[in-house]
Design a protein around this ligand. Structure first.
Ligand code: ADE
Length: 238
């Protein structure tokens, strides 16, 4: 699968070279291309922002460099992609990014990400981009980052690790938090007694049925205590 990221800080995405995703890129499982928005400007200062109509604090990203950059990205679509590529726009005013959306995106051939800065991108860009892309405005959570780059990294990692072959042991993908709507159970390794703290005895019992039941109970208890919103969404009562 291919990601194209448009940003005014291409160097922010350099960390994609390391760790699991770096290996996936080198092995050709995940292809990530980063584009500098300023390469799509024509003035001496490579200007990407301007003052907001209607007044107000901060600057707004101009639409034309975005149109040119996104047309360039659209033209890079993999030959076998078929469907319209997805354009993710990280913004605190988007729909919530989730494991479900990550799973959906991992099925796609081409995902573009438009990283805004300042007060955001001229709103008209999103309507215009609908002609080329399936546009999704997405938020990592209810807090404000300085721009979309960190969110893009999170989304690329969340989606990229679901691409077959990226994570060595696919079974580990099934048991993790959010896959079944519950948080993950706690895990322990050797030694069994560490600084006076013992591993729950059931995990040493060798009884797989008991272990599974204990883990399930832990998942439920954690989810109820830490994420009552998820617990309620599962239709359980507290
Ligand atoms: N850009 C700024 N804040 C963001 C957030 N919370 N999620 C996604 N993109 C953002």
């Amino acid at each position: 699968m291919r990601f194209d990221v448009v940003t005014i800080f291409p160097e922010y995405l350099a960390v994609l070279d390391v760790s699991l995703l770096g290996r996936a890129r080198r092995e050709g499982l995940v292809d990530v291309h980063v584009h500098d928005l300023r390469d799509f400007t024509f003035d001496r200062h490579r200007t990407v922002d301007d003052t907001p109509y209607g007044g107000g604090a901060g600057m707004v990203m101009k639409p034309e460099p975005w149109a040119l950059a996104l047309e360039h990205v659209f033209a890079q679509a993999p030959a076998d992609a078929g469907e319209r590529p997805v354009l993710l726009v990280p913004t605190p005013s988007g729909e919530r990014f989730s494991q479900g959306l990550a799973r959906e995106l991992a099925q796609r051939e081409h995902v573009a990400i438009a990283c805004g800065r300042y007060e955001g991108i001229d709103e008209r860009v999103f309507g215009w981009a609908e002609e080329l892309f399936e546009v999704r405005l997405v938020s990592l959570g209810d807090y404000v980052l300085n721009g979309g780059e960190v969110a893009a990294l999170a989304m690329i990692e969340a989606v990229g690790r679901l691409v077959p072959g990226v994570v060595g042991n696919p079974a580990s993908l099934v048991e993790e938090s959010h896959e079944d709507g519950l948080l993950e159970y706690p895990v322990y390794t050797k030694p069994a007694d560490w600084r006076g703290r013992e591993v729950p005895p059931v995990l040493l019992s060798g009884d797989h049925g008991k272990v599974a039941a204990w883990r399930r109970a832990q998942q439920e208890e954690r989810t109820r205590a830490r994420r009552p919103d998820l617990w309620e969404a599962l239709g359980r009562d507290g």
